[in-house]
Design a protein around this ligand. Sequence first.
Ligand SMILES: NC(=O)c1ccc[n+]([C@@H]2O[C@H](COP(=O)([O-])OP(=O)(O)OC[C@H]3O[C@@H](n4cnc5c(N)ncnc54)[C@H](OP(=O)(O)O)[C@@H]3O)[C@@H](O)[C@H]2O)c1
Length: 304
Amino acid sequence: MNILLTGASGQLGQELLPQLQQLGEVILVDRDTLPGGQRILQQDLGDLNQVEILLNRLTPDVIVNAAAYTAVDQAEEDSIPAFRINAELPGCLARWAKRNGRFLMHYSTDYVFSGDGKVPYVEQDPTGPLGVYGESKLAGEWAIGSSGCRHFILRTSWVYSAHGSNFVLTMLRLASERPSLSIVSDQVGCPTWARNLAGVSREVISQLLSTGPGDDRQGIFHYCDRTAVTWYDFAHAIFSTALEAGLLQRLPEMTAVPTTDFPQKAERPLYSVLDTSAIQNTFGIEPAGLHESLKDCLKDINKA
Ligand SMILES: NC(=O)c1ccc[n+]([C@@H]2O[C@H](COP(=O)([O-])OP(=O)(O)OC[C@H]3O[C@@H](n4cnc5c(N)ncnc54)[C@H](OP(=O)(O)O)[C@@H]3O)[C@@H](O)[C@H]2O)c1
């Protein structure tokens, strides 16, 4: 089996590669080269004509689209590239998959919700994105759904890994630079280690490809790790785990502050916990906990 992986140098893309290699031959696509010098097809995925040409040349059996425009605040001023990558690209991949009878795996976000809920969001809950990033990701979901291709969309939240730009790496950097930190304590979500999400992706693809096109388990599913926390709690967990792992010499002083103390261009949902019952019941997947995942991720960071 021949798998096309886009966004190969991103947080999730880098974790997907070893998982997908267990299923078949993986062709990597991104704008950039990868650390470690793996062979990669360098392609700006915003050029949809070139994407179509690439697909016709490679004819992948499976497309795993981990490419995304993820700069949430920048998207408020840059809506055209955000919609190009988050909505038009998935639409283009999906239409090609439909015409050629191929399978598309794609990722979406908790930011499709408004965050005024009080209990975990299920897949069928009404959406209501607060900013351009969420709107563009929602448009990507619609583009795939309306194409009629065989697809699977994993909505996830608060992704972190040893690479790229994420809350864990930012907190570790700030804790080494400053004696005290103010952290938002009124937004609640589920931090998700990119490696767990990549493992779930492999499991889903493997189950769906072994049963074939008659298997109707498709559409939107939620996966996030199982521990719901505020950013403040998450930071506390990062610092105490890092202290244990010898990555920090001392705990910084922490002050809990409201979101309003950190004005940002894009508004964030205050509550974006995703209910993962559907993927658990349909695919037998058990979400991982925060503490063991953080510990393993910090080991990776330590090695790097
Ligand atoms: N990060 C989160 O907290 C979070 C939360 C919920 C859902 N998600 C979703 O999870 C998925 C993976 O996110 P992630 O955190 O792995 O994102 P990421 O680290 O920002 O990676 C995105 C990848 O897409 C590539 N890309 C963007 N624009 C491109 C273009 N025009 N041409 C070619 N490649 C392009 C990026 O390459 P460059 O480095 O060259 O830009 C990067 O490799 C996305 O669908 C995202 O929306 C993420």
